[in-house]
Ligand binder design. Sequence first.
Ligand code: HEC
Ligand code: HEC
Length: 147
Amino acid sequence: MRNPILPLLFLATPALAEEDFIPPVDHPVTLEACSECHMAYPPSLLPARSWSAIMTTLDDHFGEVATLDEATRAEVEAYLAGAAGDAGGRSFRAAPPDQTPLRITELGWFVDEHGREVSQRMRDKAGSMANCTACHRGAENGWFEDD
Ligand code: HEC
Ligand code: HEC
């Protein structure tokens, strides 16, 4: 028998602007390891090779020491690589194939998207463009709509 409730639920769901939702980290070990100094960045915003590069240089991580015990490090790397923007043949907000960016904030789409729209006053207030949550209050839950 057909479920009469299903179409109603579908209609009740607000239309989501696909671009504004970027799945957040849903791996507790990664969340704990990578949200101490900044939000745990969404894995799909970098390709797997970038996450591997980041996870093998944690002793020199943007001027900080962010080392983990080897079991945790390997588990986090595997999670991030598996959920990366190019995992499974995807090319979500892709980085140039000949580059291994270590920063989301240096990717072309990021610079374009933020160049036009972000005032100097907002930048100063955030302190760093890597401080996503300063401007996107829902970022940790995956929401990057205009706040
Ligand atoms: C001890 C503090 C610390 C920890 C722990 C830490 N980071 Fe960072 N991370 C930093 C700092 C500092 C920056 C540079 C922030 C800036 O430029 O404002 C940074 C930047 C980054 C960036 C680049 C942000 C951009 O500009 O796009 C990525 C990606 C990143 N971290 C990933 C991780 C991952 C993955 C983990 C967990 C394994 C982690 N970080 C844990 C301190 C930390
Ligand atoms: C200084 C404020 C500021 C910071 C910091 C910031 N953003 Fe943004 N971001 C904006 C504004 C303003 C827009 C443009 C408004 C919009 O399109 O919703 C935007 C747009 C975006 C979009 C596009 C949304 C869409 O509709 O396509 C994404 C994705 C995004 N930001 C992700 C990030 C991530 C990830 C970080 C951290 C690494 C970050 N932002 C840091 C202000 C900021």
